[in-house]
Design a protein around this ligand. Structure first.
Ligand code: PXP
Length: 239
């Protein structure tokens, strides 16, 4: 059974649209766990456009909830993450003007900086992951700088599938990276742009153990409810 991580940033986006307290991401985190998700993901962005420091702190202190905190390499964010101690961190690139995370990390350029950040989290027994594009060089660097996991950016693949274009080449890239990553001892995750269909396509890759899904899952919940949509995703991940 592959694991499902639910990204609840969008709950905070909705709350922030009113600048009040509802819907509450802390309640959402507890609900998502009850509904059967294996972990929750939050991204503490530098501009705090959705999750804020207080949300992150409270969510990380909920008992029996596995929290995957996405962070950039910004020293202030790294410092907060080390203090609030999530179970997992995933280092992602961040660009102020982007609507969502647009691509994987530039590991060649930021190797030393990211290596140092990984070692800080490893000292606190926090699982580390790097959000990378499906390319073999980045898989190898991830291992070299001692990350525990990689999360493959599936945005390009998801866009090709959704727009009914040929996606086999991109899928093969994801497959190859997953295989090599597993062989060299990295745990493999996938995320970005995933819906039911794209998730189903990726479940055929045995090496992928965890899926982190946000926008589609929360959007679909408007029509069918979080409980039902999480159950649907779990069913897909069982196969
Ligand atoms: N994984 C990572 C590392 C991300 O940055 C995001 C987007 O915040 C996701 C997964 C979820 O992507 P989506 O919201 O498109 O499902």
């Amino acid at each position: 059974m592959k694991r499902l991580g639910v990204n609840i940033d969008h709950i905070a986006t909705l709350r922030n649209a009113r600048g009040e307290f509802h819907p509450d991401p802390i309640t959402a985190a507890k609900f998502v766990r009850k509904a059967g998700a294996d972990s929750i993901t939050i991204h503490l962005r530098e501009d705090r456009r959705h999750i804020n420091n207080n949300d992150a702190k409270k969510i990380c202190s909920i008992n029996n909830l596995l929290v995957n905190l996405e962070i950039s390499t910004n020293p202030e964010i790294v410092k907060i993450a080390l203090k609030i101690k999530p179970n997992y961190i995933c280092i992602v690139p961040e660009n102020r003007k982007e609507i969502t995370t647009e691509g994987g990390l530039n590991l060649k350029k930021n190797k030393i900086k990211i290596k140092n950040i990984i070692s800080l989290f490893k000292k606190k027994n926090i699982r580390t992951s790097l959000f990378i594009d499906p390319n073999i060089d980045d898989v190898k660097i991830s291992k070299e700088i001692k990350s525990d996991c990689i999360e493959i950016h599936t945005g390009r693949l998801a866009n090709l599938i959704k727009s009914k274009k040929k996606y086999q080449k991109e899928l093969n890239r994801v497959k190859k990276c997953s295989k090599i990553a597993k062989e060299i001892g990295l745990e493999v995750h996938a995320g970005h742009g995933l819906d039911y269909k794209t998730t189903k396509v990726l479940t055929k890759i045995n090496q992928i153990e965890e899926f982190n899904i946000g926008h589609y899952l929360i959007g679909e919940s408007i029509f069918f409810g979080l409980l039902k949509v999480i159950k649907n995703f779990k069913k897909i991940l069982k196969k």
